[in-house]
Write a protein of this length. Structure first.
Length: 248
């Protein structure tokens, strides 16, 4: 698609558990034909497409479906690295409205990683059919980000989703993402690692999320960071260490 104006498009990422309708939503938004089907793990690479809405351009990235962003697999690392290092203007977390409890786990992780998040309660048609009622406003105020109900397969709620995404991208909706608070002892550790990360990377990266991953001994997180240490102004960079020994 050629952009009629010279302005940069907003970058939107679609994250979520496998089989929640991310690629269906991607196709609905962009008019492309990403592979969809009723089994998990179809999307393995990030597909990219575009749409235009209210005079603005958007690039959409369809991330692989994952249950977490803890880099247990290549898929999780792809999704994690995109949200963490590419820093999309908005991350849409696509949830299966019929299995919220399981799906919210990933949503909480994305909320730790970014301020600009929109929750998309997809498959709302299925939820209604099963008699599941979701108080979207209550969920929104608990999570601190907008919640939109959609049925991507038949295009319901898509316009509303686009409107909300626009407002978050433009900073017209101020979010207050829910962040889990840990015990005093752990919070102190988080603080101390956070300040080391900020010394090296400034405010470029979500230091709290990274501190939590390092506290968990996540070697892949450490390696991903080491690769991105800025050459100048980071004398301590090479000494970036996990606070605990990590298994090889
Ligand atoms: N009932 C209903 N089915 C949907 C909806 N959105 C998607 N689906 C169906 O759900 C199945 C999974 O959709 P996909 O778009 O492939 O899901 P995905 O999240 O991209 O899956 P992975 O790439 O494997 O992570 C397909 O059979 C879709 O037709 C919806 O809103 N309602
Ligand atoms: Mg997919």
């Amino acid at each position: 698609m050629k952009y009629p104006s010279k302005e940069m498009p907003y970058r939107i990422a679609l994250a979520g558990n496998p089989n929640t309708g991310k690629s269906t939503l991607f196709n609905t938004l962009t008019g492309l034909r990403q592979h969809t089907g009723n089994w998990p793990g179809k999307t393995v690479l990030c597909a990219e497409g575009e749409y235009r809405f209210q005079e603005k351009n958007y690039t959409v990235v369809d991330l692989p479906g994952t249950y977490s962003l803890y880099s247990n697999s290549a898929d999780e690392e792809v999704a994690r690295d995109y949200i963490l290092f590419e820093q999309p203007d908005v991350t849409i977390v696509v949830l299966d409205a019929t299995s919220l409890e399981r799906n919210l786990n990933l949503a909480l992780q994305v909320l730790e990683m970014s301020d600009r998040v929109v929750i998309c309660l997809n498959m709302i048609d299925e939820a209604i059919r099963k008699g599941i009622r979701i108080h979207d406003q209550k969920l929104s105020s608990k999570l601190g980000v907008p919640v939109v109900k959609t049925s991507a397969r038949d295009g319901k709620g898509i316009n509303e989703l686009k409107k909300i995404v626009t407002r978050v991208a433009e900073g017209r909706i101020q979010t207050r993402p829910y962040r889990i608070r840990y015990s005093e002892k752990i919070e102190e550790k988080i603080q101390s690692i956070q300040s080391q990360i900020e010394n090296i990377f400034g405010d470029q990266l979500p230091s709290r999320w990274i501190a939590l991953r390092l506290l968990d001994g996540e070697r892949s997180m450490l390696n991903a960071l080491k690769k991105r240490i800025p050459k100048e102004g980071a004398p301590d960079g090479a000494n970036l260490k996990s606070p605990y020994p990590v298994e090889a």
